[in-house]
Design a protein around this ligand. Structure first.
Ligand SMILES: Cc1ncc(COP(=O)(O)O)c(C=O)c1O
Length: 459
């Protein structure tokens, strides 16, 4: 039975009066926002009984196994009754079992540090880099290089490491020691139409390392496939070249898998498509599919060893804590989440249905010239919209906004780049739950078709 017995109008009025919504302008909130009350698989219902097919996995790439999973709810329930909490400075059954399970999916990785959000997982990674610099390099190798168009979180260090100017605007000054390097979006190549775009884009990273001084650079952080910055998969050879450059200058490579992790791209982790092993991997959203808050900073044994206590240095170990990294139901939820992904073959389904979705979008591209580029991997796809294909001029953000609204009117939730990179808020995002069936994929394409048709005559 629901705990929220108030009538619909009262609940809506309270929301309008009191809730400060994420990423939402005052104007939009004043108009009243949709209140979702129930979900099953990819489907959602709002408080007025309206049904939606959710192609966003909860708005921000979270619900990888879909809504309404009793198995995860039961695992959380049981763990809350057995023991809800003890700080991560002590051992627990679920933390131990999930770490073993997770590392089984990540050859070459060795240690799991728990916290509760993607930003926090990245903060931990940055603190590790800084402490390694102090302990082993006299404080010099402290700089962290991040890429234009990537996003690593909302806290100030994570935002200092984010290459999205519209996300950063008004929140500076930022932390020192974070340095940007150029993006790798082949559709927007800085070098024109070239065969070896991946190698050239990676060379831009090496140029920045050399400019800054390799003995000052401790780490590079990248998203395997840029998410909020426009769904940008790495060009051929790029990540391998980045790994080589990091090795050449003794720089740690951090892969932010907060979005791409847990099967989203058709592999357990995005980097695994590209044959590299990172030094640190961060993850959050799909780890427990939103049934509980959990994030992980996963490292190699080498990184762990570098931050172990040394005789004579009482401050030499990683002195960090995350209170809610000790919520044991989160790890229990994560364990049940992975069991579902394994049993139902959702990583493979993501790869297969991703191809079906791409095919559907390519068919739409034959009829809608504003579709400039279709890109992504697995059930993580983007459509870049342009005014015409020859100039590749991005459409104004009002166009994707209108398409998202028309999709919603047709019962389909999709995402879009939202005030990220100036001039490039022109990408539609699609990331349905990894359980998507043929029919659900086709419904996404059909409803998008209707929305594009609605909007096209007004262009
Ligand atoms: C790639 C990436 N990293 C980090 C984060 C931050 O995660 P959180 O919002 O859980 O702090 C996000 C959030 O969208 C993200 O997309």
């Amino acid at each position: 039975m629901s705990t929220f017995e108030q009538d619909t109008d009262t609940l809506k009025a309270w929301d309008k009066a009191h809730v400060w919504h994420h990423m939402t302008t005052g104007q939009t909130a004043d108009a009243g926002l949709t209140m979702f009350v129930r979900g099953e698989g990819l489907w959602l219902w709002d408080i007025d009984g309206q049904e939606y097919l959710d192609a966003t996995a909860g708005g921000v790439w979270v619900t990888n196994v879909g809504y309404g999973r009793r198995e995860i709810a039961d695992a959380v329930h049981q763990q809350l009754l057995d023991l809800n909490y003890f700080a991560g400075s002590m051992a627990s059954k679920p933390a131990s079992a999930f770490a073993e399970k997770l590392l089984g999916k990540m050859p070459g990785m060795s240690r799991v540090y728990y916290s509760s959000s993607g930003s926090e997982a990245n903060e931990k990674a940055f603190k590790m880099v800084r402490q390694i610099a102090h302990k082993h390099h006299g404080g010099r190798k402290h700089k962290i290089l991040y890429r234009e168009r990537d996003y690593h979180g909302t806290t100030l260090a994570a935002l200092s490491a984010s290459g999205q100017m519209e996300r950063r605007e008004h929140y500076g000054p930022f932390l020192p020691g974070f340095v940007e390097f150029p993006h790798c979006c082949e559709y927007r190549s800085q070098f024109g139409d070239v065969e070896d775009y991946g190698a050239r884009a990676a060379q831009a990273l090496e140029d920045v390392i050399l400019r800054e001084g390799p003995n000052t650079v401790g780490a590079v952080i990248v998203e395997p496939i840029t998410a909020g910055g426009g769904i940008i998969p790495p060009p051929a050879g790029y990540l391998q070249a980045v790994r080589d450059i990091c090795d050449r200058y003794d720089v740690l490579l951090i892969l932010d898998e907060v979005v791409c992790g847990m099967g989203r791209t058709g592999a357990w982790f995005g980097y695994q498509h590209y044959g590299i092993t990172p030094d640190i991997v961060t993850m959050a959203k799909g780890v427990a599919s939103g049934y509980a808050a959990i994030s992980c900073t996963v490292t190699t044994e080498r990184v762990y060893e570098l931050l172990k206590e040394d005789a004579g240095d009482t401050l030499g170990y990683f002195r960090d804590i995350s209170t809610f990294g000790g919520c044991l139901a989160s790890q229990a939820a994560a364990l049940a989440n992975v069991a579902i992904i394994e049993r139902e073959g959702l990583v493979e389904n993501s790869a297969r249905q991703g191809e079906r979705l791409t095919e559907g979008f390519r068919t739409l591209a034959e009829r809608y010239p504003m579709i400039g580029d279709v890109r992504g991997k697995g059930l993580f796809q983007g459509i870049e919209l342009v005014t015409d294909r020859a100039s590749r001029q991005p459409v104004d953000e009002s166009v994707p906004m209108a398409i998202v609204a028309r999709c919603k009117a047709h019962g389909l939730l999709i995402g879009r780049t939202n005030r990220c990179v100036p001039g490039f808020n022109n990408v539609l995002n699609f990331s349905p739950a990894l359980t998507a069936t043929d029919q659900e994929i086709d419904t996404i394409v059909e409803r998008l078709d209707r929305a594009l048709h609605d909007v096209t005559p007004t262009l």
